[in-house]
Design a protein around this ligand. Structure first.
Ligand SMILES: NC(=O)c1ccc[n+]([C@@H]2O[C@H](COP(=O)([O-])OP(=O)(O)OC[C@H]3O[C@@H](n4cnc5c(N)ncnc54)[C@H](OP(=O)(O)O)[C@@H]3O)[C@@H](O)[C@H]2O)c1
Length: 239
């Protein structure tokens, strides 16, 4: 049987690292990227260091990394940043633009390369967030980026009917992104009360470890293809 091949962005830490490990365990060939590189090595892990926020260099980096690859069963657009939790009116345009470059426009370039390079892609899953629809105070840049990502996925679904696209909010996961939200002294919960729920969830089954979340998500991904219309956004907590 042909080995599955999977592309995951953001494999140096958190959910992306755990997704890579989960697919490697299933015997897949995994293509991972991040700025700092995947922590482990494995004969089936192909890893490169790329800053996806460097939009000008991204296509060349992908060409060099994926040269010769003819198909990908699954593409997981996972890399992302949270930015600062702060009121919208204090958000500087440069930091908003940078966050949009990393969380959204890099994914446009990744999809353009993957869909047009001749690599046969079967399924694309973009890791979104409940923040795409929540609109809580302080989550401005991140919420905007994930809402735009959801529409980006819908638009690509309309252009490439042969590929199945979905945007998936993965629920809370205990990664360094949560350190930013939950560690004492980093976000003032009286000003940004949405973090209280996250702090209460930490250490409970409502905020699983990356390994637990990755096992659930990698098992769910084939079902997204068979049950959702291409282009849809779904929150794992509503399934
Ligand atoms: N954790 C949660 O509760 C939660 C909830 C909802 C959605 N999400 C989403 O889940 C995804 C994964 O988040 P996480 O919680 O696993 O965060 P994380 O632990 O901070 O990991 C983020 C990953 O993205 C990579 N990355 C960030 N900026 C990059 C850049 N400019 N170029 C290349 N790679 C970059 C990081 O690698 P380097 O730093 O090495 O570049 C790292 O591998 C994100 O899209 C996030 O929005 C997370």
């Amino acid at each position: 049987m042909k080995q599955a091949s999977v592309f995951v962005s953001g494999t140096s830490a958190g959910l992306g690292e755990a997704l890579a490990a989960s697919y490697l365990e299933k015997g897949a060939q995994v293509y991972g990227l991040s700025r700092s590189g995947s922590p482990g090595s494995h004969p089936n892990l192909h890893d490169t260091k790329v800053d996806i926020g460097d939009l000008d260099g991204l296509e060349e980096a992908l060409k060099a990394f994926l040269a010769g690859l003819d198909s990908l069963d699954t593409v997981i657009l996972n890399a992302g940043i949270l930015g600062e939790i702060q009121p919208m009116h204090t958000l500087e345009m440069d930091s908003l633009k940078h966050l949009m470059d990393v969380n959204v426009w890099s994914n446009k370039l990744l999809l353009d390369y993957l869909c047009e390079s001749g690599i046969k892609v079967a399924q694309v899953v973009a890791i979104s967030s409940g923040a795409a629809v929540n609109g809580n105070k302080g989550w401005g840049a991140y919420s905007l980026s994930k809402a735009t990502l959801n529409m980006l996925i819908k638009l690509y679904a309309a252009e490439y009917p042969e590929i199945h696209f979905s945007a998936l909010a993965p629920g809370l996961i205990d990664t360094r992104m949560q350190d930013q939200l939950c560690d004492q002294g980093r976000v003032d919960e009286s000003e940004f009360p949405s973090v209280i729920k996250l702090r209460q969830a930490r250490g409970t089954q409502n905020m699983p470890t990356p390994a637990v979340a990755a096992a659930t998500i990698s098992a769910l991904i084939p079902k997204l293809k068979s049950t959702l219309q291409s282009g849809e956004f779904v929150d794992i907590r509503n399934l």
